[in-house]
Design a protein around this ligand. Structure first.
Ligand SMILES: NC(=O)C1=CN([C@@H]2O[C@H](COP(=O)(O)OP(=O)(O)OC[C@H]3O[C@@H](n4cnc5c(N)ncnc54)[C@H](OP(=O)(O)O)[C@@H]3O)[C@@H](O)[C@H]2O)C=CC1
Ligand SMILES: O=C(O)C1=N[C@H](C(=O)O)C[C@H](O)C1
Length: 266
């Protein structure tokens, strides 16, 4: 039975991952929070709302990693890179769901993952990963005649923007159209900003209340448009996806994988 440790265990995702790991019959071997967190020492299952687990939330990264087969980490890019470094040293697998990585940070993650099998994915739901696949086909089929705009909506506690999922959607579309996402993404329009260019991909962010996560990619032509939308109603398909990734990644060859690999969508 795979031994899973969870980093960010008291967070919105961390709590749901503990529940999902338990429901999947995995052993939760450890739960991590940052040093000084008020819930360090508390039972991770009680905090997650699934009853006593017998595993207390710890702030000892080295000890928790040593005791697991795979670390599931939903925190921030900086914390995830540190976790990846420690997992690489101890030859443990890792599943990272954190978003907001810079291109440089992603390159560093790929470098560290030469030592161990690692999954890094901005969205662990089956639905969004199927959307990535569909988007590639739609963009290729429509070509340059349709303007592409991406809108994402999330809760008011989200720290990064645009969402990792929206960025990946932009990258998928840009690649399918033979464009460089970093050159064509337009995050801001204000004032006399000029006409839209043919190449740009508009990226718009909405934040409010308790929205779990919604993404729409608009392909806008003359007299018609296609909208490809995904709406998350709960966090549970993200957490179940991360546990599925953890079960999949243990024993794989070293390297950086994504959810398309886990779900066999490549
Ligand atoms: N890939 C996917 O499918 C999904 C990805 N996400 C991403 O996951 C990340 C977390 O989201 P969410 O759960 O909502 O955020 P939360 O802020 O609710 O949870 C993050 C948790 O990590 C803790 N943390 C911070 N630093 C450390 C550290 N050094 N060691 C251990 N724990 C630490 C935080 O503590 P404190 O609050 O004290 O800082 C917090 O409890 C985000 O980047 C989000 O975008 C979210 C949903 C799905
Ligand atoms: O922070 C969140 O909540 C979410 N973040 C991910 C992202 O940035 O894409 C995935 C999901 O939409 C929820």
């Amino acid at each position: 039975m795979v031994k899973i440790a969870v980093c960010g265990a008291a967070g919105r995702m961390g709590q749901r991952i503990i529940v999902a790991a338990k429901e999947a019959g995995c052993t939760v071997s450890g739960a991590l929070e940052r040093p000084g967190h008020e819930l360090v020492g508390q039972d991770a299952g009680l905090i997650a709302g699934c009853g006593v687990l017998g595993v207390n939330i710890s702030d000892d990264l080295n000890a928790v990693v040593a005791g697991c087969d795979v670390l599931i980490d939903f925190t921030t890019p900086k914390v995830s890179l540190k976790n990846l470094e420690v997992c690489a040293l101890k030859k443990k697998s890792i599943v990272i769901g954190s978003t907001g990585f810079t291109p440089e940070e992603r390159a560093l993650a790929a470098e560290l993952a030469k030592e161990i099998p690692a999954v890094l994915a901005p969205n662990m739901s089956v639905g969004v990963n199927v959307c990535f696949k569909i988007l590639k086909d739609v963009a290729k089929t429509l070509g340059d005649d349709f303007d592409v705009e991406i809108v994402e909506l999330h809760h008011n506690k989200k720290k990064d923007a645009p969402s990792g999922t929206a960025v990946r959607m932009g990258e998928v579309v840009a690649e399918a159209l033979g464009r460089d996402y970093n050159q064509v993404a337009n995050y801001h329009r204000e004032g006399i900003c000029g006409e839209r260019t043919k190449e740009e991909i508009g990226m718009q962010t909405v934040r409010g209340g308790d929205i779990v996560g919604e993404h729409t990619v608009y392909f806008i032509g003359m007299g018609e448009r296609i909208e490809i939308s995904h709406r998350a109603m709960t966090r549970d398909m993200f957490s179940r996806g991360s546990v599925r990734a953890a079960q999949w990644v243990v024993g794989k060859a070293p390297g950086l994988y994504d959810m398309q690999d886990v779900l066999g969508l490549k």
